[in-house]
Design a protein around this ligand. Structure first.
Ligand code: ADP
Ligand code: MG
Length: 339
């Protein structure tokens, strides 16, 4: 019998990988924002049309790419961020898989404009179905502008599966807010169908939170601060009386990356014991810094889950430091009363 196994052509492999990385327009936003951050951008602009279904554009003032790197960036497993396997255990960048641009280019029309400081002119590249279709020098400022058009144009099932513009733009805003909350030192804007939804100047954590969630949030925030060998914790929890009926305002960031952790969420809830009404959820914006060697981010392609070396210790430290902060806050009304 003849052999039956064949290697898949690149564009097919890319399309399969894309299924994991890109679920919806919001996933594209996340990947592009992370690339801009890794590129050292100080200012990042996001422009979308029709909830990202027609256009997703991310413009940054980061390092940009030279002509060779610009072409290379669309290859699968092509990355400037890690070189050897050991690097995986000490990640300091958001990206490392070298998959995002290759995946996006397999399922959308992509236009890249980019320029480094060293280069006189920039490079403009158009990619369709994983193939570079045009490449020419262009006038463009230092940094990178990536436009992703007609997402899932070649995967009708995926395109049809997209939800209404309302739902998809909600996902985009969520993703945008997570990234913006993690990086107050970068200015961000988000424009949807020519309406400016966010214009966030460089800020500190507190100011970024209130810029996003509204000025009234400020008075609800109780600072949390802890510095141990295992973890440095900063950020805020919401005062118990402002707890919400939904989990909308719960954010963990580990080394400036938004993550989901039911386990650590439990630690926070436990620290509010006795302070919350039934079925209400405390707000929190907690920034954890740990040694990159003590975590594994490479669990899922979207990188929103993390494995910690010492989960139990983290739980205990988190719980006690929030309890401490809430305790301090509880004496505050007494002091007010005495005045
Ligand atoms: P990863 O981020 O995992 O390396 P990507 O496919 O997202 O993989 O990007 C591939 C490469 O393209 C990056 O490693 C980086 O060198 C380059 N790149 C992507 N986006 C940008 C950008 N906005 N500015 C500068 N370089 C970029
Ligand atoms: Mg990336």
């Amino acid at each position: 019998m003849s052999n039956v196994i064949q290697l898949l052509p690149d564009h097919v492999a890319n399309q399969i990988a894309a299924g994991e990385v890109v679920q919806r327009p919001a996933s594209v936003i996340k990947e592009l924002l992370e690339n801009s951050i890794d590129a050292g951008a100080g200012r990042i602009q996001v422009v979308i049309k029709d909830a990202g279904k027609t256009l997703i554009q991310v413009i940054d003032d980061g390092v940009g790419m030279n002509i060779t790197d610009a072409r290379m960036s669309f290859e699968r497993h092509a990355t400037s961020k890690i070189k050897i396997a050991d690097d995986l255990f000490a990640l300091r960048t958001k990206g490392f898989r070298g998959e995002a641009l290759a995946s996006i280019a397999a399922i959308a029309h992509v236009e890249l404009k980019t320029k480094t400081t060293q280069d006189e002119v920039g490079t403009c590249i158009k990619v369709e179905g994983s193939q570079i279709v045009t490449q020419e020098p262009c006038v463009t400022p230092k940094g990178t502008c990536i436009s992703v058009k007609n997402l899932f144009y070649n995967i009708p099932a995926r395109r049809n599966f997209l939800k209404s513009d309302n739902v998809e733009s909600r996902h985009i805003i969520d993703e945008f807010q997570r990234v913006a909350l993690a990086h107050p030192d970068i200015s961000f804007s988000l424009t949807h169908n020519d309406n400016e939804l966010f214009q966030l100047p460089v800020a500190n954590h507190r100011l970024r939170i209130t810029n996003i969630l509204g000025g009234k949030t400020n008075e609800k925030l109780v600072p949390v601060d802890e510095d141990t060998e295992i973890v440095k914790i900063s950020g805020f929890v919401g005062k118990p009386e402002f707890a919400k009926k939904s989990r909308g305002e719960q954010f963990f960031f580990v080394n400036n990356r938004f993550i989901k952790s039911p386990y650590l969420n439990h630690a926070v809830t436990a620290s509010f014991e006795g302070l919350l009404k039934d079925k209400s959820y405390p707000s929190y914006f907690l920034y954890l810094e740990v040694d990159p060697k003590s975590i594994d981010i490479n669990i899922h392609p979207t990188k929103t889950e993390i494995k910690f070396d010492d989960e139990h210790a983290l739980y205990a430290i988190l719980k006690s430091s929030i309890k401490h902060s809430l305790g301090q806050f509880n004496v505050a009304p007494m002091l007010d009363f005495e005045r």
